[in-house]
Design a protein around this ligand. Structure first.
Ligand SMILES: NC(=O)C1=CN([C@@H]2O[C@H](COP(=O)(O)OP(=O)(O)OC[C@H]3O[C@@H](n4cnc5c(N)ncnc54)[C@H](O)[C@@H]3O)[C@@H](O)[C@H]2O)C=CC1
Ligand SMILES: O=C(O)[C@H]1OC(=O)[C@H](O)[C@@H](O)[C@@H]1O
Length: 276
C-alpha cells in the first residue's frame, strides 16, 4: 500500500521499461498498489501480458507509441551486467537516448531511471565508522556497463537543464528478493523499499535532476541515503537479518580484495566477476 501522500497532479499512468526483467517483474507486482496503471515495455515478451509492448529500445517508432499519453516513466530496460562495448552502446546508451527523445517529444514530465552503484564503482569504500559516500562523488565507472549509467545520469541532467524534463536517477545497490553475498548486506535494496523509493521519486515535487542512492536502511550501509530521504523515501527493511548466514557461508571480505576496498566490488576486477 502507498505510504506517501497523494497530491493533485500525481502521475497515474506509468511506462515501465524492462518490465520482463528481475526488477521489472517485482515492480509489476508492487507498483499497482500505489495507484499506478502500468504500460509494459521490454524486448522480451511477458507471458500473460498481451498488452505489453514487445520492442527494442532501438525501435524509435515503438518508443513514440509507448510513451504517448503516459504521465511518467520508470526506465529499467537495458543490459544489467558488463558486456562488449558495442552491445552496451546500443541498448544502454543509444537506447536511453531514444527513450529521452521520445519522452521529450511527447511532453512527459518525469523519468525515474535505474542508474547503478557501478557508475561510481571505483570509489574507495569508507570504513564502517567513516563518512558515507555522498551522491556528489565523481563518476568512477568500473565497467562499460557502469560507464553507460554515468552517461545516463549526464543525459538526464541535459534534458532537465535544456528541456525541463525531470529525472530521478537511482543508483541502485543490489535489488533482489534477498542479499546473496556479504557485499550485498551493505547495498541491498529490498523489493518493497524499491517500490517505496520509486513512488517517492515519482511523487516528490520539483526534483529537477536528482541523483539518489537506492538501498534499504541497512545496518552496514556505506553510502548516503539523505538525497533519497529528501524525496520522501522512508526505507523499512534492513539486510542484517541475513548477515549471520552470509558471513558463515562466505566470511568477511579482507583488505586488498575488491569487495572490501571498492564500492563496485568484483565488477572492478578485470574481467569483472560475478556473483559479487
Ligand atoms: N537488480 C539490481 O540489483 C540492479 C539493477 N540495476 C539496473 O536496473 C535495471 C533493471 O535491472 P534487472 O531487472 O536486475 O535487470 P534484468 O537484466 O533482469 O532486466 C533488464 C530487462 O531489460 C530488457 N532489455 C535489455 N535490453 C533491452 C533493449 N535494448 N530494449 C528493450 N528491452 C531491453 C531485458 O529484456 C530485461 O527484461 C537495469 O537497468 C539495471 O542495470 C542497477 C543496479 C542494480
Ligand atoms: O552491484 C550489484 O550487486 C548489482 O549492480 C548492478 O548494477 C547489476 O545490474 C546487478 O545485476 C548487480 O547485482
Amino acid at each position: 500500500m502507498s505510504d506517501s501522500p497523494r497530491t493533485p497532479g500525481t502521475p497515474r499512468t506509468l511506462l515501465l521499461t524492462g518490465a520482463a526483467g528481475g526488477m521489472g517483474t517485482l515492480m509489476r507486482g508492487l507498483l499497482p498498489a500505489y495507484g499506478y496503471s502500468l504500460r509494459l515495455f521490454d524486448a522480451t515478451p511477458i507471458e500473460g501480458e498481451p498488452h505489453a509492448v514487445t520492442a527494442d529500445l532501438g525501435d524509435k517508432h515503438a518508443l513514440r507509441e509507448a510513451v504517448a499519453g503516459v504521465d511518467a516513466i520508470v526506465h529499467l530496460a537495458g543490459i544489467s551486467l558488463e558486456a562488449p562495448f558495442e552491445k552496451i552502446l546500443r541498448s544502454n546508451i543509444e537506447g536511453t537516448y531514444n527513450l529521452y527523445e521520445a519522452a521529450r517529444e511527447a511532453g512527459v514530465r518525469r523519468i525515474v531511471q535505474a542508474s547503478s552503484n557501478h557508475a561510481v564503482g571505483f570509489t574507495p569504500l569508507p570504513g564502517p565508522d567513516g563518512p558515507p559516500v555522498p551522491v556528489e562523488t565523481p563518476h568512477r565507472p568500473d565497467t562499460f556497463y557502469g560507464l553507460s549509467k554515468a552517461f545516463a545520469e549526464d543525459l538526464a541532467q541535459l534534458y532537465w537543464d535544456r528541456d525541463g524534463l525531470e529525472t530521478v536517477s537511482v543508483r541502485i545497490g543490489s535489488c533482489f528478493m534477498e542479499p546473496t553475498s556479504v557485499r550485498m548486506l551493505s547495498l541491498w535494496l529490498s523489493p518493497g523499499d524499491a517500490a517505496r523509493l520509486f513512488d517517492a521519486a515519482l511523487t516528490a515535487p520539483s526534483v529537477g535532476h536528482a541523483v539518489v542512492y537506492g538501498s534499504s536502511a541497512n545496518t552496514r550501509l556505506r553510502w548516503d541515503l539523505s538525497s533519497a530521504r529528501a524525496l520522501g523515501y522512508a526505507p523499512q527493511d534492513d539486510s542484517e537479518q541475513y548477515a549471520d548466514k552470509l558471513l558463515a557461508e562466505h566470511g568477511e571480505p579482507q583488505p586488498g580484495e575488491a569487495e572490501h576496498d571498492l564500492l563496485g566490488g568484483a565488477f572492478c576486477v578485470d574481467p569483472p566477476q560475478w556473483p559479487y
